[in-house]
Design a protein around this ligand. Structure first.
Ligand SMILES: Cc1cc2nc3c(=O)[nH]c(=O)nc-3n(C[C@H](O)[C@H](O)[C@H](O)COP(=O)(O)OP(=O)(O)OC[C@H]3O[C@@H](n4cnc5c(N)ncnc54)[C@H](O)[C@@H]3O)c2cc1C
Length: 311
């Protein structure tokens, strides 16, 4: 019986990072190791890899910038596929009056915005300051300042486990708050965004303005995943946490940010388990005080017990 390594090697002839620590691939800077980590370049490589892994029943997981994940201290079984710089082609799409762009999933949002500004495409500025990739932002229906990615996304190219890529037309109804209704285990390969014609300088100015507003209220120079909890309907999770007096609450190396109560930050030496314990403490104190159960916005990845997540 071939070992897991031999089976993974049989699926991918290129570079493989074995026992790869996920700390570097998560903005929370926690997590154990992935059995293997692979960074494909281009659709054919990705589709072939996913098809072979699926055929061989090897678990796999796609991430982008890792800015919305909490990776278990016990690591991730199988292969973590990272879509990043090597998977980030950008192309003009649309007309002069209705400009848009077709972007591969690994393109970072800052790069997408810079490209749009350079090409006079306005409408995506609300994404300024979100550190994720296009694929992660589509999966999470990322948003800020009243905008959501579903409002500007027209079409997504999706890959299934059999290695087939399909282009899917999308509308706002396909999405929900910080997520979308797409069935399980599809990979976002690319997105087609529609904007409107704008002045490059004006677009840059709006992006800078949004980033300034973030700096004024969010913690700086500290590891986080942005907002840790989803906002309950009609309410801000940060307000409930703050009103419960939890700013500064610390478990191990994880802390409720004194600057913004919905940011759980890594003070340097946190483990994923510290974040989990802090999350549970915040949930129970807020529930005791307000009767509202806060649910995490961050995605738990890797070897978490079901019980740990849902208890
Ligand atoms: C400082 C800071 C500020 C933030 N501010 C905001 C904000 O204002 N608004 C907001 O919405 N979010 C915010 N975030 C959270 C995060 O940046 C977004 O959710 C972002 O869109 C996630 O992108 P990512 O590439 O990092 O995804 P990852 O964290 O890598 O992945 C997130 C989820 O998507 C899946 N995934 C990733 N790529 C793909 C793909 N190509 N195909 C299929 N599944 C995929 C992963 O498996 C995982 O389940 C913030 C985070 C930080 C650190």
């Amino acid at each position: 019986m071939p070992s897991l390594r031999e089976r993974i090697r049989g699926c991918w002839p290129g570079e493989i990072h074995w026992d790869c620590p996920l700390v570097r691939y998560s903005t929370l800077r926690v997590g154990g190791s992935a059995d293997a980590l692979i960074e494909p370049a281009g659709r054919e490589e990705l589709a072939g890899l996913v098809r072979r892994l699926s055929e061989n029943l090897i678990p796999w997981l796609v991430i982008g910038r890792g800015s919305n994940i909490l990776a278990s201290d016990r690591g991730v079984a199988g292969v973590v596929i990272v879509l990043g710089r090597r998977f980030s082609a950008l192309d003009w799409a649309g007309t002069a009056e209705a400009p848009g762009c077709l972007v591969e999933a690994g393109c970072s949002l800052p790069r997408l915005l810079a490209w749009c500004a350079g090409h006079g495409i306005s409408g995506l500025e609300f994404l300024a300051g979100i550190p994720g990739t296009v694929g992660g932002a589509i999966m999470m229906n990322a948003g800020a300042f009243g905008g959501e990615i579903s409002q500007v996304l027209r079409l997504a190219e999706l890959l299934d486990g059999a290695g087939r890529i399909e282009a899917r037309r999308l509308s706002a109804e396909d999405f929900c708050y910080r997520g979308w209704r797409e069935p399980h285990h599809k990979v976002v390969v690319a997105g087609l965004f529609a904007g409107r014609a704008g002045e490059p300088q004006e677009i840059v100015r709006r992006c800078q303005d949004y980033v300034r507003q973030r700096r004024a209220k969010q913690p700086r120079a500290v590891a986080s995943a942005g907002s840790f909890f989803r906002n309950p309907p009609g309410e801000a999770a940060g307000r409930l946490i703050e009103q419960t007096g939890l700013k500064g609450l610390t478990v191990g190396g994880a802390q409720v940010s004194p600057a913004h109560a919905n940011f759980l930050v890594n003070r340097g030496q946190a483990t994923a388990y510290d974040f989990w314990r802090l999350m549970r403490l915040v949930q129970s104190r807020v529930e005791d005080r307000f009767g509202v159960r806060l649910e995490p916005e961050v995605r738990f990845v890797g070897r978490w017990d079901e019980l740990e997540i849902s208890r």
